[in-house]
Design a protein around this ligand. Structure first.
Ligand code: SF4
Ligand code: SF4
Length: 390
């Protein structure tokens, strides 16, 4: 029996689809350079994928054909040597298409395996976001702004080959840097990309994450029904009607909170969240009307509070709000929980104002990719500079 290598790439649907495909394909091509057979594929359950929703690609490589066939007999690997999260906000959890609940980003990692994250953050911030794991694992960061683009336009900022270089360092039994560079030249014929892979290889470092570190929340669990417990056909119960909100000041009921799916929390789709200034809101209702996910609770005083478990971070509320900086989209890495902004505002209005100003000032550009003509031309040189200088 030979050795099987499994690597998963967790990415944001559509915006990072080409990036994930490039990485998983290049892994297999680099291993081919050393005569190892392999295959790269997307997870069937993620297709058709949606904008921003977490999705997965896998690269499976073996030292021989029989071992590969055995590995491929599984629908998807139960454990992996390396997990790659190409957006740091995925560390908060991965929930795809509502079919298995929120899963920790590091769930499939083998004991001692490596989680690679593309991020501008330092390890403590990413460790705090990621769920705890029963065995230690390694965390390595590929420094830079997470790369977002689209299906038809690819932002070639070298994220793909920098990750390939890091893999050669982490798992030299899978492929060497030389093989990675040979695959890069075959695939892209680009010396600069081959150099970026070598720089990532040289600079790569990791920290050990202990079982006592990380988000202590217990991830969502469920039991699959047995075949004999399944009913005929499928009935999906509708979401019940909502009800009033209890006013924290008077304890009277007012406003309206729509009921929500108790299982499907769409927040892992989010890379930005709206921060609402309740003091400048003119109660025009536009955010509430336009939110595609019915995220807004109507408060007893007629304000609108975006529910952070349900919000997928699309930015529509910011776009429609007629008041300057009344709704501001802020990088999701800035937040530690999903608590209600309205409740925080009700409890301490001055404190909330300070918190809000801190969140919205000098916020880093964070978007789902293409926002204006020439944007990639501005972003790519900055990323190539990071690839060069670290
Ligand atoms: S960003 Fe705004 S409009 Fe979009 S889902 Fe969240 S609350 Fe709704
Ligand atoms: S769109 Fe802006 S001003 Fe209008 S209700 Fe929403 S937050 Fe208030």
């Amino acid at each position: 029996m030979g050795r099987l290598f499994a690597i998963e790439i967790i990415y944001r649907g559509i915006y990072q689809k080409t990036l994930a495909k490039n990485i998983s394909r290049a892994i297999v091509l680099a291993a081919h350079q050393e005569g190892k057979p392999g295959i790269s594929f997307g997870r069937y359950g993620d297709s058709p994928e949606r904008n921003g929703i977490p999705a997965k690609n896998f690269a499976i490589v073996a030292t021989d054909d029989v071992t590969l066939e055995e590995g491929m007999a599984k629908y998807e690997p139960k454990e992996v040597d390396i997990t790659i999260a190409v957006d740091d906000t995925l560390c908060k959890g991965v929930e795809s298409w509502a079919w298995y609940g929120l899963q920790p980003v590091n769930r499939l990692l083998k004991p001692g395996g490596t989680l690679i994250v593309t991020s501008k953050e330092e390890p403590p911030a990413l460790i705090a976001m990621s769920h705890r794991k029963e065995a230690p694992y390694q965390l390595g960061i590929i420094k830079g702004t997470p790369s977002f683009s689209g299906l038809w336009v690819y932002k070639d900022d070298h994220t793909d080959v920098r990750i390939l270089g890091a893999i050669a360092k982490i798992l030299p039994e899978l492929f060497s840097l030389k093989s990675a560079q040979a695959a890069i030249m075959n695939e892209w014929n680009d010396n600069l990309k081959a150099t970026s892979a070598a720089r990532a290889y040289e600079r790569y470092s990791s920290v050990t994450v202990q079982p006592s570190q990380g988000n202590p929340e217990v991830p969502y669990k469920f039991d699959l029904p047995k075949w004999h417990e399944m009913g005929e056909g499928i009935a999906i119960p509708s979401i019940p009607a909502g009800k009033g909100i209890q006013d924290p000041a008077t304890h009277a009921e007012g406003g309206y909170r729509p009921d929500r799916n108790p299982t499907f929390k769409k927040f892992t789709t989010r890379t930005m969240r709206p921060v609402v200034n309740f003091d400048t809101c003119i109660k025009c209702t536009l955010c509430w009307l336009q939110c595609p996910d019915s995220c807004f609770d109507v408060t007893p005083e007629g304000l609108y509070d975006a529910n952070m478990q349900a919000c997928c971070g699309c930015g529509v509320c910011e776009a429609v709000c007629p008041v300057k900086e009344c709704v501001t989209m802020v990088n999701e890495t800035e937040f530690k929980d999903n608590s209600s902004q309205w409740e925080a505002w009700r409890q301490d209005k001055k404190g909330y104002e300070t918190w809000l100003q801190d969140k919205i000032k000098g916020r880093e550009e964070r978007s789902h990719g293409f926002r204006y003509k020439g944007q990639y031309e501005e972003q790519v040189p900055e990323m190539l500079e990071i690839a060069r200088e670290g």
